[in-house]
Write a protein that binds this ligand. Sequence first.
Ligand code: SAH
Ligand code: SF4
Ligand code: F3S
Length: 441
Amino acid sequence: MNEFINKTYSVVTYGCQMNVHESEKVRGILHTLGMHEIDDEHQADVVVFNTCCIREGAEDRAYNNIMALAKEKKQKDKIIVVCGCMPQQKNGKYDLSKSKAVDIVIGTHNINNLAEYLIKFKQTNKKIYDILDAPIKDMDVASAIRDDKINAYVNIIYGCDKFCTYCIVPYVRGREKSRAPSAIYNEVLDLVQNQGYKYITLLGQNVNSYGKDLEEKINFATLLENLCTIEGDFKIKFMTSHPMDFSQDIIKVMKKEDKIAKYLHLPVQSGSSKILKRMNRHYDRRQYLKSIRRVKHAIPQISLSTDIIVGFPGETQNDFNKTLSLLKKVKYDQVFAFMYSKRANTPAAMMEDQIDEKEKSKRLNKLLRMQKIIQLEQQKKYINKHYNCLIKQKNGVAVGITDGGKEIYIPNYKFINQNYFANVKIDGIRNHKLSGVIDEK
Ligand code: SAH
Ligand code: SF4
Ligand code: F3S
């Protein structure tokens, strides 16, 4: 028996897919204590804030929400836990070590020990602040409770060794550590064959590094091939690929295997080779565009997305124009663009020629406006093409979801079944929305 049985909890998550998945593991841990989840963090007995610090805005949001909740603690014994990337940083903007508002503060390396921390807190009623430099328990111990019933996240590699000069991730997530291939295989097998998942999204800050630290001879391309031997009606996605080691092998497997979604998120960050060098990205504009050409050539129906940072220190108008011209060249289906945000103790924060916030915001808006036009123009290119889609019901109408996440309305479709893959021919655009018909076999 423990004191948490039948108590309620709520998890508030910020940040990337990896954090979303870690929160699913947190839920798994809290369930093993006999607790159940409620949506309303204001009512919950235990609230876990799983935080992000990739940009200053992410930190501000998390901090303000934590403090607001702490102020209105309704029940005396409500426990507030903060975990994840924000407390893991050294010299971050907010220091939670002294704050009385929060009860348990841990980082990214000890989330799997949350149950022990909670029990200890109940026994002693003393604030716990414990930030570790490396994991003490294997990240695999907690089994995730997933919200989404169609797409399941699966970790394949933790940490990052790349040290892009702007980025805090290597400091807060530690060194790259690949999961055992058998653990990944068994997890995917269970998700597909016992739980009916349609998409498996493999997660890592850089999935292409998979296997480099393992004794077994395996790399990301061979891992993908192994997973494609699993029987079932499902597809595999992955993120994120670093352009530096996005190899021909991976393109080959993507082309060959029907089970791999024809979607690629390949963050470029900047279109200027000078800036890419300052970012320590290990590729230049020409090499990046070569990878894009190769993928498009091998897989014509590929859907592409990217991340961009505008206003990196030293970015001139000319550098920025190169980013715009790269977007025009590649014609991504989706672009995630951010204003550069200084992160404590990263090399870029110490660089000269920091760009003024107003100028960053001007550049961001210009880029987003241009990308919107590109995406609208792109719509036309889909007409008369065939895409393999997941067929779903949405507000009573059938829609096909492409591998890149685009929705195609299928107006004259009689619903017999849903959540299966079928080829859809796109035949028109209505109100900026694509429409189509299911291919007859
Ligand atoms: N591992 C992934 C991305 C992780 S962070 C990769 O290498 O692509 C997600 C995105 O946040 C990055 O691609 C980058 O565009 C953005 N980002 C990271 N640090 C940032 C910073 N200091 N300021 C603004 N954007 C940043
Ligand atoms: Fe950050 Fe670069 Fe690692 Fe991505 S590859 S997490 S941007 S350091
Ligand atoms: Fe944020 Fe940490 Fe992910 S800083 S983007 S939650 S790895």
